[in-house]
Design a protein around this ligand. Structure first.
Ligand code: CA
Length: 232
């Protein structure tokens, strides 16, 4: 694995320092920003492999940065949210963050979460060398190897996580998966996540895939259980 560069955008220097120390110890390259303005600049220009993004920042907050970065980049974003601000988690995910971690957090947990994101990316890179493997589902065609989805021939702009969720469900049409199972298999961890992460990602995916996201034809809800993919 190449050396990965992590950008830490966090205005509390003591927190930033301890994260930086631990990431360097793990062999990561680290860049830091202490306010929203320079955070956004470094996120866009510095080409980090992952961004740790605090929500409450001077000048520009973490949500705004997340939104701006997502306009041009699919870099993994892990939001750092305060425990009392439940709404932050969901809002961050809706703006395109891949994951969040609640303060105060342990370094072992943080590093495990960062590594889980990188494991997925490395896997994805190697799979991209494989030949195309396009499967058609009605108007939708999914290239399982190249991470491309088209609807009526037009490419859809999905994030990595949205693609992986769609791919996972579509590989087993009509099989119902619980949120817990999806979180474990698609997100790759069992203990840290919140099942609302799955709901928010399904919602985002439906907005991109479905003609009417309120009346889905592909990603179906099995009430009280979870989700499944259906060929329309
Ligand atoms: Ca802060």
């Amino acid at each position: 694995m190449d050396t990965k560069k992590v950008l830490i955008v966090e205005d509390e220097k003591s927190i930033s320092d301890i994260i930086q120390f631990n990431l360097k110890k793990e062999g990561f390259e680290v860049d830091t920003a202490y306010d929203g303005e320079s955070g956004l600049e470094k996120a866009l220009a510095g080409k980090p492999d992952l961004i740790l993004l605090d929500v409450m920042l001077p000048h520009i907050d973490g949500f705004e940065i997340c939104k701006k970065v997502r306009e041009t980049s699919a870099v993994p974003i892990l939001m750092l949210t305060a425990k009392e601000e439940e709404v932050d988690k969901v809002l961050g995910l809706e703006l395109g963050a891949d994951d969040y971690i609640t303060k105060p957090f342990g370094m072992r947990e943080l590093i495990a979460r960062i590594k889980a994101n990188f494991r997925r990316i490395d896997l994805d890179d190697s799979e991209k060398d494989d030949p195309a493997n396009v499967q058609d589902f009605g108007n939708l065609s999914i290239d399982m190897n190249r991470y491309e989805v088209r609807k009526n021939g037009e490419p859809l702009d999905l994030t990595l996580r949205e693609f992986e969720l769609l791919q996972y469900l579509a590989k087993k049409e009509n099989k119902v998966f619980s949120r817990e199972q999806l979180l474990s298999d698609v997100w790759g961890y069992e203990y840290f996540g919140d099942i609302r992460t799955v709901d928010v990602t399904v919602r985002r995916l439906r907005e991109k895939l479905e003609d009417d996201s309120g009346n889905p034809k592909y990603i179906m809800t099995k009430r009280g259980i979870g989700y499944y993919f259906r060929r329309p």
